[in-house]
Design a protein around this ligand. Sequence first.
Ligand code: GRF
Length: 213
Amino acid sequence: MQAKLAVLVSGNGSNLQAMIDAIAFGLLPAEIAIVISSRSDAYALERAARAGIPTAVVPRKAYADNEAYSEALLEVLAPYQPDLLLLAGFMSVLSDRFVNHYAGRIMNTHPALIPAFCGPGFYGARVHQAVLDYGAKVSGASIIFVETGVDTGPIILQEAVPVYDTDTADSLAERVLAVEHRLYVKAVRYYLAGRLHIRGRRVYITPGEGGEK
Ligand code: GRF
C-alpha cells in the first residue's frame, strides 16, 4: 500500500510540482491523495489538475481566524487519512490543535537557513530581501517538521547557497528554490523509508538499505 500524501498550497506550487515529478520518476513510493489550496487562484491547483490529482479550495479569507480555518482543513483532510502532510508554499498559519493532530507527520520548507530569517513575517520574497538587506553571504533552504510556532520545528535537512553582491530577491529566490525542490523530495523519501528519528530538537537520519545516503 503506497503512502498517501496531502499537500497544502497557496501559490505557484513549484514544490508540489517537484513531488509530482518525483513520484512520476519513481523516486517516491507515494501518491498525492489531495491538494488543498488556501487560495482559489493558486497556480498549484492547475498543476494538480494536470497530474489528475484531486483538489480542494478552502479559502483562508472565508474564516474568522486560524482556529476556525484549521478546523475546516481538518474536516476536508479527514476522509483522505493522509500518512504525511506537506506544506508547500502554504501561506496560512495552522492551529496548535491541527499541528498536534498530525504531530510528526507535517513537513514544511522554508527558503532560508533556520533559525535565521524565519518566523512571523518572514515568507516569500520578504525572506530573501531580509537576507540581502542584512548583507548575509550565504542563505539556503530548510526542510522541517512542523510544530506549534512558525518555523520552529526540528530541522530535517538544510543546504546553503551563496549570496552574490549582484543578487536581487528574485535571483536569490530562484537559487534557493532549486535547492528546496531537491531537498524536500529527499526529506519525504527519507521519511517514507522510516529513516527519520526525532529526538528532542534533533532529527537523526539512519542509513538506507545498503548504506544508501
Ligand atoms: C518557496 O520558496 C516556499 O518556501 C515559500 O514559497 C515559495 C514558493 O513555493 N513558502 P511554491 O513554488 O508555491 O511551492
